[in-house]
Design a binder for this molecule. Structure first.
Ligand SMILES: *Cc1c(COP(=O)(O)O)cnc(C)c1O
Length: 382
Protein backbone atom coordinates (compact mmCIF):
# COMPACT_ATOMS: atom_id res chain seq x y z
CA UNK A 1 0.00 0.00 0.00
CA UNK A 2 1.16 3.51 -0.73
CA UNK A 3 -0.41 5.32 2.17
CA UNK A 4 1.44 8.34 3.58
CA UNK A 5 3.16 7.87 6.93
CA UNK A 6 0.46 9.73 8.90
CA UNK A 7 -2.09 7.20 7.63
CA UNK A 8 0.25 4.25 8.18
CA UNK A 9 0.67 5.28 11.81
CA UNK A 10 -3.05 4.73 12.32
CA UNK A 11 -3.90 1.96 9.88
CA UNK A 12 -0.61 0.22 9.06
CA UNK A 13 -0.63 -0.88 5.44
CA UNK A 14 -4.39 -1.30 5.70
CA UNK A 15 -4.36 -4.88 4.48
CA UNK A 16 -4.89 -7.00 7.53
CA UNK A 17 -8.13 -7.20 9.42
CA UNK A 18 -8.82 -4.27 11.69
CA UNK A 19 -10.38 -6.10 14.59
CA UNK A 20 -12.86 -8.91 15.06
CA UNK A 21 -16.54 -9.61 14.28
CA UNK A 22 -17.65 -6.77 16.61
CA UNK A 23 -16.28 -4.10 14.29
CA UNK A 24 -13.97 -2.79 16.99
CA UNK A 25 -12.01 0.28 15.92
CA UNK A 26 -9.27 -0.08 18.53
CA UNK A 27 -7.30 -3.23 17.80
CA UNK A 28 -8.05 -5.75 20.60
CA UNK A 29 -5.54 -6.84 23.21
CA UNK A 30 -5.30 -10.63 22.84
CA UNK A 31 -4.35 -11.30 26.43
CA UNK A 32 -3.80 -15.01 26.01
CA UNK A 33 -0.77 -17.23 26.38
CA UNK A 34 -2.02 -19.93 24.03
CA UNK A 35 -4.51 -20.70 21.23
CA UNK A 36 -6.81 -23.65 20.55
CA UNK A 37 -5.99 -25.86 17.56
CA UNK A 38 -8.96 -26.80 15.33
CA UNK A 39 -7.55 -30.34 14.83
CA UNK A 40 -4.28 -32.22 14.76
CA UNK A 41 -1.95 -30.62 12.25
CA UNK A 42 -4.12 -27.51 11.99
CA UNK A 43 -3.53 -24.04 13.38
CA UNK A 44 -5.41 -20.75 13.35
CA UNK A 45 -2.04 -19.20 12.56
CA UNK A 46 -1.46 -18.66 16.27
CA UNK A 47 -0.13 -21.38 18.56
CA UNK A 48 1.53 -19.78 21.56
CA UNK A 49 2.18 -16.12 22.37
CA UNK A 50 5.97 -16.52 22.58
CA UNK A 51 5.85 -17.29 18.83
CA UNK A 52 3.22 -14.78 17.84
CA UNK A 53 0.17 -12.97 19.16
CA UNK A 54 -2.31 -10.97 17.06
CA UNK A 55 -1.72 -7.72 18.97
CA UNK A 56 2.04 -7.98 18.60
CA UNK A 57 1.61 -8.96 14.97
CA UNK A 58 -0.51 -5.87 14.27
CA UNK A 59 2.12 -3.66 15.89
CA UNK A 60 4.87 -5.36 13.89
CA UNK A 61 2.92 -4.80 10.70
CA UNK A 62 2.55 -1.07 11.47
CA UNK A 63 6.24 -0.64 12.32
CA UNK A 64 7.35 -2.55 9.20
CA UNK A 65 5.17 -0.28 7.07
CA UNK A 66 6.56 2.89 8.71
CA UNK A 67 10.15 1.91 7.97
CA UNK A 68 9.36 0.47 4.55
CA UNK A 69 10.71 -2.91 5.67
CA UNK A 70 9.62 -6.41 4.79
CA UNK A 71 9.21 -7.55 8.40
CA UNK A 72 9.45 -6.10 11.90
CA UNK A 73 9.78 -7.91 15.22
CA UNK A 74 8.69 -6.39 18.52
CA UNK A 75 10.74 -7.09 21.65
CA UNK A 76 10.29 -6.38 25.34
CA UNK A 77 12.83 -3.51 25.17
CA UNK A 78 15.35 -1.91 22.86
CA UNK A 79 18.14 -3.85 24.55
CA UNK A 80 16.21 -7.11 24.08
CA UNK A 81 16.05 -6.26 20.37
CA UNK A 82 19.81 -5.60 20.13
CA UNK A 83 20.54 -8.73 22.15
CA UNK A 84 18.39 -10.82 19.79
CA UNK A 85 20.17 -9.20 16.85
CA UNK A 86 23.50 -10.32 18.27
CA UNK A 87 22.27 -13.93 17.97
CA UNK A 88 22.65 -13.49 14.21
CA UNK A 89 26.41 -13.58 14.80
CA UNK A 90 28.76 -16.38 15.80
CA UNK A 91 31.97 -16.52 17.86
CA UNK A 92 34.83 -15.08 15.81
CA UNK A 93 32.64 -12.62 13.94
CA UNK A 94 33.74 -9.00 13.92
CA UNK A 95 31.53 -5.90 14.00
CA UNK A 96 32.50 -2.27 13.44
CA UNK A 97 30.61 0.28 15.52
CA UNK A 98 30.68 3.99 15.99
CA UNK A 99 32.37 4.96 19.27
CA UNK A 100 29.48 7.23 20.27
CA UNK A 101 26.57 4.90 21.01
CA UNK A 102 23.81 4.48 23.53
CA UNK A 103 25.54 3.41 26.76
CA UNK A 104 23.49 0.21 27.01
CA UNK A 105 24.62 -0.88 23.55
CA UNK A 106 28.27 -0.35 24.51
CA UNK A 107 27.70 -2.32 27.73
CA UNK A 108 26.07 -5.19 25.83
CA UNK A 109 28.80 -5.32 23.20
CA UNK A 110 31.73 -5.05 25.61
CA UNK A 111 30.44 -7.24 28.43
CA UNK A 112 28.08 -9.79 26.87
CA UNK A 113 28.84 -10.09 23.16
CA UNK A 114 32.63 -10.00 23.64
CA UNK A 115 32.34 -12.77 26.24
CA UNK A 116 30.44 -14.76 23.60
CA UNK A 117 33.36 -14.42 21.21
CA UNK A 118 32.22 -11.54 19.04
CA UNK A 119 34.86 -8.90 18.37
CA UNK A 120 34.31 -5.17 17.96
CA UNK A 121 36.15 -2.19 16.58
CA UNK A 122 34.80 1.13 17.87
CA UNK A 123 35.66 4.05 15.63
CA UNK A 124 35.23 7.73 16.39
CA UNK A 125 35.52 8.60 12.72
CA UNK A 126 33.57 5.72 11.24
CA UNK A 127 32.88 7.24 7.82
CA UNK A 128 36.61 7.55 7.17
CA UNK A 129 37.80 4.49 9.08
CA UNK A 130 35.20 1.78 8.45
CA UNK A 131 36.69 0.52 5.21
CA UNK A 132 40.15 0.12 6.74
CA UNK A 133 38.76 -1.74 9.75
CA UNK A 134 37.06 -4.44 7.69
CA UNK A 135 38.76 -7.85 7.86
CA UNK A 136 37.80 -11.34 6.70
CA UNK A 137 35.70 -11.88 9.85
CA UNK A 138 33.77 -8.62 9.63
CA UNK A 139 30.04 -9.19 9.34
CA UNK A 140 28.42 -5.84 10.04
CA UNK A 141 28.69 -2.11 10.69
CA UNK A 142 26.47 -0.82 13.50
CA UNK A 143 25.65 2.87 13.84
CA UNK A 144 23.23 5.31 15.40
CA UNK A 145 22.50 8.59 13.69
CA UNK A 146 22.23 11.11 15.19
CA UNK A 147 24.45 9.60 17.87
CA UNK A 148 23.62 9.49 21.55
CA UNK A 149 24.42 11.82 23.20
CA UNK A 150 26.76 13.89 21.01
CA UNK A 151 24.33 14.29 18.08
CA UNK A 152 26.90 13.47 15.40
CA UNK A 153 25.22 12.72 12.10
CA UNK A 154 26.59 9.84 10.07
CA UNK A 155 26.12 9.53 6.33
CA UNK A 156 24.05 6.34 6.01
CA UNK A 157 24.47 6.03 2.23
CA UNK A 158 28.23 6.33 2.47
CA UNK A 159 28.45 3.51 5.03
CA UNK A 160 25.98 1.34 3.16
CA UNK A 161 28.10 1.68 0.01
CA UNK A 162 31.10 0.42 1.99
CA UNK A 163 29.08 -2.41 3.54
CA UNK A 164 27.68 -3.49 0.16
CA UNK A 165 31.12 -3.42 -1.47
CA UNK A 166 32.34 -5.89 1.17
CA UNK A 167 29.21 -8.03 1.42
CA UNK A 168 28.50 -7.11 5.05
CA UNK A 169 25.42 -5.65 6.72
CA UNK A 170 24.73 -2.10 7.74
CA UNK A 171 22.63 -1.92 10.92
CA UNK A 172 21.15 1.44 11.94
CA UNK A 173 19.70 2.30 15.33
CA UNK A 174 17.04 4.79 14.18
CA UNK A 175 15.69 5.60 17.66
CA UNK A 176 16.55 9.32 17.70
CA UNK A 177 14.62 10.40 14.61
CA UNK A 178 12.01 7.63 14.26
CA UNK A 179 10.78 6.61 10.80
CA UNK A 180 8.81 9.84 10.69
CA UNK A 181 12.01 11.79 10.05
CA UNK A 182 14.40 9.13 8.73
CA UNK A 183 14.10 5.83 6.89
CA UNK A 184 17.49 4.10 6.72
CA UNK A 185 16.34 1.45 4.21
CA UNK A 186 16.15 4.23 1.61
CA UNK A 187 19.91 4.57 1.97
CA UNK A 188 20.76 0.88 1.91
CA UNK A 189 20.54 -0.30 5.54
CA UNK A 190 19.99 -4.04 6.04
CA UNK A 191 18.55 -3.95 9.57
CA UNK A 192 16.94 -1.02 11.37
CA UNK A 193 16.66 -1.07 15.13
CA UNK A 194 14.51 0.97 17.51
CA UNK A 195 14.06 1.47 21.15
CA UNK A 196 10.28 1.77 20.89
CA UNK A 197 10.35 3.01 24.47
CA UNK A 198 11.25 6.39 23.02
CA UNK A 199 9.45 8.17 20.14
CA UNK A 200 7.38 5.25 18.86
CA UNK A 201 5.70 4.59 22.21
CA UNK A 202 6.07 8.27 22.98
CA UNK A 203 4.57 8.51 26.46
CA UNK A 204 7.34 7.40 28.81
CA UNK A 205 5.12 4.55 30.00
CA UNK A 206 6.15 1.39 28.11
CA UNK A 207 9.38 -0.35 27.19
CA UNK A 208 9.68 -1.91 23.75
CA UNK A 209 12.20 -2.57 21.00
CA UNK A 210 12.13 -3.37 17.30
CA UNK A 211 14.21 -4.99 14.61
CA UNK A 212 13.08 -4.32 11.07
CA UNK A 213 14.60 -5.85 7.96
CA UNK A 214 14.00 -5.92 4.25
CA UNK A 215 15.70 -9.29 3.79
CA UNK A 216 13.57 -12.43 3.96
CA UNK A 217 16.58 -14.45 5.05
CA UNK A 218 17.30 -12.15 8.01
CA UNK A 219 13.58 -12.05 8.89
CA UNK A 220 13.38 -15.85 8.96
CA UNK A 221 16.42 -16.09 11.21
CA UNK A 222 15.05 -13.42 13.57
CA UNK A 223 11.65 -15.19 13.75
CA UNK A 224 13.48 -18.33 14.85
CA UNK A 225 15.45 -16.34 17.43
CA UNK A 226 12.43 -14.53 18.95
CA UNK A 227 10.45 -17.73 19.39
CA UNK A 228 13.45 -19.47 20.88
CA UNK A 229 14.73 -16.89 23.33
CA UNK A 230 11.27 -15.56 24.27
CA UNK A 231 11.81 -11.81 24.48
CA UNK A 232 8.82 -10.80 22.36
CA UNK A 233 6.68 -7.87 23.48
CA UNK A 234 3.61 -8.70 25.61
CA UNK A 235 0.10 -8.19 24.17
CA UNK A 236 -0.74 -5.31 26.49
CA UNK A 237 2.52 -3.48 25.87
CA UNK A 238 2.08 -4.08 22.13
CA UNK A 239 -1.28 -2.36 22.37
CA UNK A 240 0.18 0.61 24.24
CA UNK A 241 2.83 1.10 21.58
CA UNK A 242 0.23 0.72 18.80
CA UNK A 243 -1.72 3.49 20.47
CA UNK A 244 1.36 5.65 20.91
CA UNK A 245 2.32 5.36 17.24
CA UNK A 246 -1.03 6.80 16.13
CA UNK A 247 0.13 10.27 17.19
CA UNK A 248 3.79 9.89 16.17
CA UNK A 249 3.64 12.46 13.32
CA UNK A 250 2.03 15.25 15.32
CA UNK A 251 4.25 14.56 18.34
CA UNK A 252 7.39 14.63 16.20
CA UNK A 253 6.37 17.90 14.54
CA UNK A 254 5.53 19.66 17.80
CA UNK A 255 8.56 18.34 19.66
CA UNK A 256 10.84 19.50 16.85
CA UNK A 257 9.24 22.94 16.81
CA UNK A 258 9.82 23.19 20.57
CA UNK A 259 13.39 21.92 20.20
CA UNK A 260 14.21 24.63 17.66
CA UNK A 261 12.94 27.30 20.05
CA UNK A 262 14.99 25.83 22.90
CA UNK A 263 18.12 25.68 20.72
CA UNK A 264 17.70 29.36 19.95
CA UNK A 265 17.36 30.13 23.64
CA UNK A 266 20.39 28.01 24.60
CA UNK A 267 22.54 29.60 21.88
CA UNK A 268 21.72 33.01 23.34
CA UNK A 269 22.72 32.05 26.90
CA UNK A 270 26.32 33.07 27.72
CA UNK A 271 26.72 30.27 30.31
CA UNK A 272 25.87 27.64 27.72
CA UNK A 273 29.20 26.95 26.04
CA UNK A 274 28.10 24.49 23.32
CA UNK A 275 24.87 23.33 21.75
CA UNK A 276 24.77 20.10 19.74
CA UNK A 277 21.72 19.90 17.48
CA UNK A 278 21.76 18.80 13.84
CA UNK A 279 19.40 21.61 12.84
CA UNK A 280 22.00 24.36 13.32
CA UNK A 281 22.91 25.59 9.80
CA UNK A 282 26.53 25.75 8.78
CA UNK A 283 27.50 22.47 10.44
CA UNK A 284 28.39 19.18 8.78
CA UNK A 285 25.62 17.49 10.75
CA UNK A 286 23.16 19.91 9.18
CA UNK A 287 24.32 19.20 5.62
CA UNK A 288 24.14 15.41 6.00
CA UNK A 289 20.79 15.64 7.78
CA UNK A 290 19.38 17.64 4.88
CA UNK A 291 20.31 14.75 2.62
CA UNK A 292 18.97 11.82 4.61
CA UNK A 293 16.27 13.00 6.99
CA UNK A 294 13.16 15.13 6.72
CA UNK A 295 13.62 16.70 10.15
CA UNK A 296 16.22 17.30 12.84
CA UNK A 297 14.28 15.83 15.72
CA UNK A 298 13.94 16.99 19.28
CA UNK A 299 17.08 15.81 21.02
CA UNK A 300 19.49 18.52 22.15
CA UNK A 301 22.78 18.09 23.94
CA UNK A 302 24.41 21.13 25.48
CA UNK A 303 27.43 21.98 27.54
CA UNK A 304 27.49 24.57 30.31
CA UNK A 305 30.47 26.42 31.77
CA UNK A 306 30.92 24.28 34.88
CA UNK A 307 30.05 20.96 36.45
CA UNK A 308 28.43 22.84 39.32
CA UNK A 309 26.12 24.70 36.95
CA UNK A 310 25.16 21.42 35.22
CA UNK A 311 24.22 19.91 38.57
CA UNK A 312 22.41 23.07 39.64
CA UNK A 313 20.21 22.99 36.51
CA UNK A 314 19.32 19.35 37.14
CA UNK A 315 18.22 20.24 40.64
CA UNK A 316 16.49 23.55 39.97
CA UNK A 317 14.23 22.93 36.96
CA UNK A 318 10.65 22.84 38.22
CA UNK A 319 8.79 21.65 35.15
CA UNK A 320 11.44 19.51 33.47
CA UNK A 321 12.28 16.34 35.41
CA UNK A 322 15.82 15.03 35.73
CA UNK A 323 15.30 11.52 34.39
CA UNK A 324 16.72 8.94 32.04
CA UNK A 325 14.99 8.26 28.70
CA UNK A 326 13.77 10.35 25.80
CA UNK A 327 11.23 10.64 23.06
CA UNK A 328 8.13 11.05 25.20
CA UNK A 329 5.58 13.83 25.47
CA UNK A 330 7.32 14.99 28.67
CA UNK A 331 10.52 17.02 28.29
CA UNK A 332 13.32 15.33 30.25
CA UNK A 333 16.81 16.38 31.26
CA UNK A 334 19.46 13.68 31.41
CA UNK A 335 23.00 13.73 32.78
CA UNK A 336 24.76 11.25 30.47
CA UNK A 337 27.96 11.07 32.50
CA UNK A 338 26.26 9.50 35.54
CA UNK A 339 23.17 8.02 33.85
CA UNK A 340 23.00 6.58 30.33
CA UNK A 341 26.77 6.51 29.90
CA UNK A 342 27.88 5.69 33.45
CA UNK A 343 29.25 2.29 32.41
CA UNK A 344 31.26 3.67 29.52
CA UNK A 345 34.95 3.89 30.52
CA UNK A 346 35.76 7.49 31.62
CA UNK A 347 38.50 7.94 29.01
CA UNK A 348 36.07 6.94 26.22
CA UNK A 349 33.45 9.29 27.66
CA UNK A 350 35.88 12.21 27.71
CA UNK A 351 37.09 11.45 24.21
CA UNK A 352 33.52 11.44 22.94
CA UNK A 353 32.90 14.77 24.67
CA UNK A 354 30.53 13.33 27.30
CA UNK A 355 31.93 15.45 30.13
CA UNK A 356 30.39 16.36 33.49
CA UNK A 357 29.33 19.69 31.97
CA UNK A 358 27.14 18.05 29.34
CA UNK A 359 23.35 17.78 29.66
CA UNK A 360 20.92 16.11 27.30
CA UNK A 361 17.47 17.44 26.70
CA UNK A 362 14.69 15.36 25.21
CA UNK A 363 12.14 17.94 24.21
CA UNK A 364 8.49 17.03 24.63
CA UNK A 365 5.28 18.65 23.48
CA UNK A 366 4.58 21.10 26.31
CA UNK A 367 4.27 24.82 25.61
CA UNK A 368 7.69 26.06 24.45
CA UNK A 369 7.58 29.30 26.45
CA UNK A 370 7.00 27.28 29.62
CA UNK A 371 10.02 25.12 28.80
CA UNK A 372 12.26 28.11 28.06
CA UNK A 373 11.02 29.83 31.21
CA UNK A 374 11.93 26.81 33.31
CA UNK A 375 15.46 26.58 31.92
CA UNK A 376 15.92 30.35 32.21
CA UNK A 377 14.99 30.43 35.88
CA UNK A 378 17.30 27.45 36.58
CA UNK A 379 20.22 29.22 34.87
CA UNK A 380 19.45 32.57 36.55
CA UNK A 381 19.34 31.16 40.07
CA UNK A 382 22.95 29.90 39.91
C1 LIG B 1 17.04 3.77 24.89
C2 LIG B 1 17.87 3.37 23.75
C3 LIG B 1 18.20 2.04 23.53
C4 LIG B 1 17.77 0.93 24.47
O1 LIG B 1 16.39 0.79 24.51
P1 LIG B 1 15.55 0.31 25.80
O2 LIG B 1 14.17 0.32 25.29
O3 LIG B 1 15.82 1.30 26.90
O4 LIG B 1 16.05 -1.05 26.15
C5 LIG B 1 18.96 1.75 22.41
N1 LIG B 1 19.38 2.71 21.57
C6 LIG B 1 19.08 4.00 21.76
C7 LIG B 1 19.59 5.04 20.81
C8 LIG B 1 18.33 4.38 22.86
O5 LIG B 1 18.06 5.67 23.06
Amino acid sequence: MDYAIETQCIHGNGESFAGDRTGTISFPIYQTATFEHPAVGQSTGYDYTRLQNPTREKLEEVVASLEGGLDALAFSSGMAAIDAMMELFAPGDHIITDADLYGGSIRLFDHISEKNGIRFSHSDNIEEEAEGLINEHTKAIFIETPTNPMMNVIDIQRLSDIAKAHGIWLIVDNTFLSPYFQKPFQFGADIVMHSGTKFLGGHNDTLSGFLITNSQEIADRLRFIIKTIGTGLSPFDSWLVLRGIKTLPIRMERAEENAKALVEFLLSEPRVTKVYYPGIPGTRAYEISKKQSTGFGSMITFEVESRELARHILKETKLIPFAESLGGVETLLTYPTTQTHADVPPEVREKNGVTDRVLRLSVGIENKEDLIGDLRQALKSF
